[in-house]
Write a protein that binds this ligand. Sequence first.
Ligand SMILES: [Zn+2]
Ligand SMILES: [Zn+2]
Length: 326
Amino acid sequence: MDYGEAQKPELKKDHAIIRIRRIGICGTDLHAFEGTQPFFSYPRVLGHELSGELAEADGAPGFEIGEHVTFIPYFNCGHCIACRMGKPNCCAKIAVCGVHIDGGMVEYLRVPSYSLVHGEGLSFDALALVEPLAIGAHGVRRAGIRPGEFVAVIGAGPIGLGIMEFARISGAQVIAVDINEKRLEFCRDKIKVAHTINASAENVEAALSTITNGDFPTVVIDATGSQRAINDGFRYLGHGGRYVLVGLQKGDIVVSHPEFHKREATLMSSRNATRQDFEHVIRSMKDGRIDPTNYITHRVDFEEVKEEFASWLDPKNGVIKAIVSL
Ligand SMILES: [Zn+2]
Ligand SMILES: [Zn+2]
């Protein structure tokens, strides 16, 4: 296939065409570009954090042409056991737009109409951030947080930051753990996290014990995708606690069974997000509990992507979220 010049897609039954206006760049895109992302085949048009104007639509009741929209980029089969259980986010035949199939780094993108999400008056910038934040909202929903609980979030990248925000909204006492002091500073200053632990400078277990008066957090959520960090996370969990893996890595997880057992711990993964999570994010933005502009550290026009893209891989540049406008 020739990727030199994209053609405007034709409208199909039960599909919509979005004129893309913002593209958020995430770790998945950067790792795919580097060639280090699992489950990728090439060539591939990236882009799954998107917002734009509805250009054409079929089978999209309630949507108007010209309306500002985002969409849920996890296309599902509608028939498998997960879909039948109302969990299209982990469909057995899932096709994630920009991962398994070509994505939204284009001017016009065709998507299934069922995936459309109303923009509800939010800006294109905000709408492009709904998807990455929904990943965090889903992880928090999986954890079933009760108000007042201590929740340790390991990894303060864009996904981890979203997890911290939704944990806070659920009434948790959030503890951020990372090895990057700048990221921890961001947690304290921008998203009002009361407790931060620098894992490269402090003993994490001792610090967690102090913060929680010896109880340890009853929810630990991993957003690192680091095998070592994930294995370490089991030891941070309080008795009766839940451990949620949002980050993904390629290796095996090693657990001490007696340590796991004595806690009666629950281990779960969290994959993608559902419409309920997207709507929760949009509501939280609308009522000001989340300020999406906090996340945007880099901004370029579509024509500049080619030159700038590689630089976003360099941790020195402090990228939290790069946004492409077109
Ligand atoms: Zn993403
Ligand atoms: Zn399915």
